[in-house]
Write a protein that binds this ligand. Sequence first.
Ligand SMILES: [Zn+2]
Ligand SMILES: [Zn+2]
Length: 84
Amino acid sequence: MRKHQSAVKAEEDFCCTICYTSLAEDEILPLGLCDHIFHKECLQDYIEDMINQFKLNILCAHHAQCGKDLSYKDISACISKDKF
Ligand SMILES: [Zn+2]
Ligand SMILES: [Zn+2]
């Protein structure tokens, strides 16, 4: 089941690398340290997942090509403080 494969290709650079759909329409959040852009909802899930795994350094979700840490500001912009 590989729908969308060719349709998304042209917009690759503007896709969220967490959910692989276009960043055009939803609420997005650029990271402070590396300028990668993700859906805010996707980042929320991603960060919560990392916290659940007790990861201390949460890397940019574009880690295949990036590897920068998320700043505290980015993290706190995504999730409420009582979880962090
Ligand atoms: Zn997304
Ligand atoms: Zn990045």
